[in-house]
Each structure stands twice: as structure tokens, then as C-alpha cells.
Design a binder for this molecule. Structure first.
Ligand SMILES: [Zn+2]
Length: 469
């Protein structure tokens, strides 16, 4: 909990502007900006243009649509009047997942409905609602400070292809690095532990993935005439999979764990403080048991430990009945979740060497890696993270706890290219139904997001280290 009480000016300002804010959000949700479906390309563009206009109206002197080789992004900048103010870059996305009544929606996904303190509609939580709380948030911040400009140099970048894997985002960040330059990046595209346990996420895992083809005989051959006397590519693939982990669930690829950020005792204690119900988690996982690296809890395994996963394995005859062959080929799809300290390209090189050393004579193999995503992690004692925790604490009136994200996202590109720490400010909760029918956002939490932003910019400006004039 924060020592600084909530600000009545901020709360009054938010109450006064709440209705108009929600009307505007509903208007944005009516634009079906589905980046995955080519027939909605015009809507994704319309969504970007709508947002740029709204950011201008909010007061951003710069608010423009940025073209990419795919869907457009939106950039906005509101400079502080303080020449020494830190620069903050907020990240979000304006595209949404596909949605249709036939998927099980109770109401039209693109005709938002407010019911029981929630707004239902595609993008309500992921991610339009969470981008949009920054607009009223900065206005409430100005209402509280009485200043004409924010206490930080405030930038926003809102991409239009996140739900399609952000294929052009890294290129955009690289080509616009000077305009996007920031001391800290704040990602508003994540969630909290629950409605009653507000949390801030401190990092995401990275990911590297590969496909491996194994080729043996030039065609499927008779197992009676040749089997037992030539190498079998399916056996080679299976032996490789079997060798990937030791009996303790650790990945056996040499060097895989080199340099990783081990959990500290304090971090483990904070994770253990969360009200985690493993049987509930297993129900959501649709799995019948938890298992993984020995010596770590389930949350530690998915948040803070690197993994190797077999995503697919194929080879040989798959049709009905038997077919006595030595197959010509076999195939594997593997992915590796990475944690802070691991370099995806070093992992790739280590996996390539490890695989190559296990290929017997008579088997040819080809291994292809996709573009990796790096992990990101902000230390608990980082001053900007402390600012986020204080601002959330004032808004929520509760102790703010810490989570991590087991998945991976484009935030890492911002960290990488801009060389700035990445923080996560998200108010969504697991019941919001991201990517599912009947997606919604809790209006109380949405307004807590607004309030957090209202406190955050002043706190960050005061906490940021300054270069003497
Ligand atoms: Zn999202």
C-alpha cells in the first residue's frame, strides 16, 4: 500500500468524465479491426485513424498514423515542459482477434454492451480498453497537477498487427527508433492476478522454435527385407526427443542454462505469497497432472524457468492398419521458452550442435529456426517499477503483488531496440476472455487503470534519476 493517499481531484475528474470516456471506447470497439482477416484491412486502418484523432483531442500535439508493410500503427507524443523529464513510451495494440456470433457470443461482438459493471465487446480488454485508459489517465494527471503538459515526455505506440504475430513491428521500431526513444517502456497489454489481487507483471519469457526433418532411405522400404540393418529416421527423431530432458526435468542441451537469472529467495517468497490454487490451474490447463523441472513450483516453472517443448512429432505410416516399413522421413517441431540471461541465438547454436551430434550415419537432417523473441525482466528494485507499484497502490488502495508472464510478446523488441527497461501496466483479469467469445472489461478496474496513470507520470518524473543541469 502506498503512503500517499488517493487524490480527490483525480477521482472527481474521472467521475465527471467517465460516461464520455466509456462512450468513446464503445465507439472504438464498434470498428472491427481484425488484423488476421484481409476483408477487415479497411477497418484496421479506420481504427488507427480513429485513435489518432482521439489522441489529438486528448491533447497530444503529435498524433499520427504510421504506415508499415502491413497494418498501420499509431504514434503520439506529448512533450513535458520540463527539459529534464524522463521519456516514457506506452505500448499497446489497436487490432483485435476475430469474433463472430457463431463462436458463442451472447451479443454482437462489435456492438458493445454495458451490463453488470462490465463492457462486453471484442477488444474491450485486449487491447483497446487498456490503450484507452491512457487518454483519460493523462487528462486526470493534468487536472491534478494544473500543468498544461504531462510531467513526463509521454509517447504512445499502438500497433495494428499484434494479433497476427506483429510481423512488421520490429522493423517499425528499428526504422523509427529515434522518435520512439525512451527511458522506460510501459506495456498495457497484460493482466493482473485477479479482481481482488492487483499485481504488476515484471517480465515475460522469450521463445525460440525450430523444425527438424530427418531423412533416411530414399523411400519407405520393406521392414522385413531391410529393417534392422539400416537406420530408421523415426527412431532417430524419437531418441532425440527422449534425450531432450533428464530425469529431473532439466533440459540436457549443453549451455542451455548458462547465464540465466536464477530466482532469488525474495522473488520465490513473493511468488509463494500469491493465492495460487493448483487444482484450479490444472482445470484451466485441461491437464491431469502438473510436472516439470524438479525443485520448482508450478508458477516458478511457467514464469521463471526456461523449457524445451515437443510441439509436434511425425513420421512413417499414419493410415489405418499396419504397414511394415522403415520410413523415409520423420519430422519434429520443438520450441524453447527462454528467461532473462538467455540469448536466443546462443540457444539456437547450442541446439543445432546438440542435434547434429546425435545424427547417425545414413540419416540426413535439416533444422530451421524461426525468428526468436527475447525474454524481458525488470528487477524488483528498479525505480520505475517502484513508481508503477506506488501509483497502482494509490489507485487500488491495496498491496500490489508481482507476477510474470510465461508467454512471449513484442515488448521484447522495444527493450531490445530502444535499450530501455520494459514495465507492464495491465488491469485485465483472467475472466475477461481474451481471444474468446464474450470478451469484456471490468469497468471498475478500467477506471483504476485511468487513476493509476493519473498518479504514475508525476511519480515517475519525481523518481527518475536526473542529470544535473
Ligand atoms: Zn493484446
Amino acid at each position: 500500500m502506498s503512503d500517499t493517499p488517493p487524490d480527490s481531484v483525480v477521482r472527481t475528474y474521472i467521475d465527471t468524465h467517465r460516461a464520455a470516456f466509456l462512450d468513446d471506447l464503445a465507439e472504438w470497439l464498434r470498428i472491427p479491426s481484425v488484423s488476421a482477416q484481409p476483408e477487415h484491412a479497411g477497418d484496421v486502418r479506420r481504427s488507427a485513424e480513429w485513435l489518432a484523432v482521439k489522441l489529438k483531442e486528448t491533447g497530444f500535439p503529435v498524433a499520427e498514423v504510421w504506415e508499415t508493410d502491413g497494418a498501420p500503427a499509431v504514434f503520439a507524443h506529448w512533450p513535458s515542459e520540463d527539459p529534464q523529464a524522463p521519456t516514457v513510451l506506452v505500448y499497446g495494440h489497436h487490432d483485435v482477434q476475430p469474433a463472430a456470433m457463431a463462436d458463442g457470443w451472447h451479443t454482437d461482438p462489435f456492438e458493445p454492451v454495458v451490463k453488470d459493471g462490465r463492457m462486453y465487446g471484442r477488444g474491450a480488454a485486449d487491447d483497446k480498453g487498456q490503450v484507452f485508459f491512457h487518454t483519460l489517465g493523462v487528462r486526470a494527471h493534468l487536472a491534478a497537477t494544473g500543468a498544461a503538459a504531462p510531467a513526463v515526455n509521454l509517447k504512445l505506440v499502438v500497433e495494428g498487427e499484434e494479433e497476427s504475430g506483429s510481423p512488421h513491428f520490429r522493423g517499425l521500431v528499428e526504422s523509427r527508433a529515434a522518435e520512439l526513444a525512451a527511458d522506460v517502456v510501459i506495456v498495457s497489454d497484460t493482466g493482473m492476478w485477479s479482481e481482488t489481487t492487483p499485481t504488476v507483471c515484471t517480465g515475460m519469457r522469450g521463445v525460440a522454435d525450430c523444425e527438424i526433418d530427418f531423412h533416411g532411405p530414399d523411400q519407405d522400404i520393406h521392414s522385413g527385407a531391410f529393417g534392422g540393418a539400416v537406420p530408421n529416421p523415426a527412431t532417430v527423431a524419437a531418441r532425440l526427443v527422449a534425450a531432450l530432458h533428464d530425469d529431473e526435468g532439466r533440459v540436457t542441451v549443453p549451455g542451455f542454462y548458462d547465464g540465466i537469472a536464477e530466482l532469488t529467495g525474495a522473488e520465490r517468497a513473493l511468488i509463494a505469497e500469491l493465492p495460487f490454487d493448483e487444482s484450479e490451474w490444472l482445470r484451466k490447463a485441461k491437464s491431469h497432472a502438473a510436472s516439470g523441472e524438479a525443485g520448482y513450483s508450478t508458477l516458478e516453472r511457467v514464469w521463471a524457468r526456461p523449457t524445451a517443448e515437443v510441439n509436434g512429432i511425425a513420421g512413417g505410416y499414419q493410415g489405418p492398419g499396419g504397414k511394415t516399413i522403415v520410413p523415409a522421413s520423420a519430422h519434429l517441431k520443438l520450441s524453447f521458452r527462454l528467461v532473462s540471461g538467455q540469448d536466443p541465438y546462443e540457444v539456437e547454436a547450442a541446439v543445432r550442435d546438440w542435434v547434429a551430434a546425435r545424427i547417425p550415419d545414413g540419416i540426413r537432417h535439416a533444422i530451421r529456426f524461426g525468428a526468436p523473441t527475447r525474454p524481458c525482466l525488470t528487477p524488483l528494485d528498479h525505480p520505475a517499477l517502484q513508481s508503477v507499484v506506488r501509483a497502482m497502490g494509490r489507485a487500488f488502495g491495496q498491496k500490489i503483488r508481482f507476477t510474470r508472464e510465461g508467454g512471449s510478446g513484442p515488448a521484447a523488441d522495444l527493450q531490445d531496440v530502444l535499450d530501455a527497461p520494459v514495465l507492464f501496466l495491465g488491469i485485465s483479469v483472467p475472466s475477461d476472455g481474451w481471444h474468446s467469445p464474450n470478451e469484456k472489461v471490468e469497468l471498475d478496474l478500467l477506471l483504476k487503470g485511468v487513476e493509476t496513470v493519473a498518479y504514475l507520470w508525476g511519480d515517475l518524473a519525481a523518481a527518475a534519476p536526473r542529470t544535473p543541469a
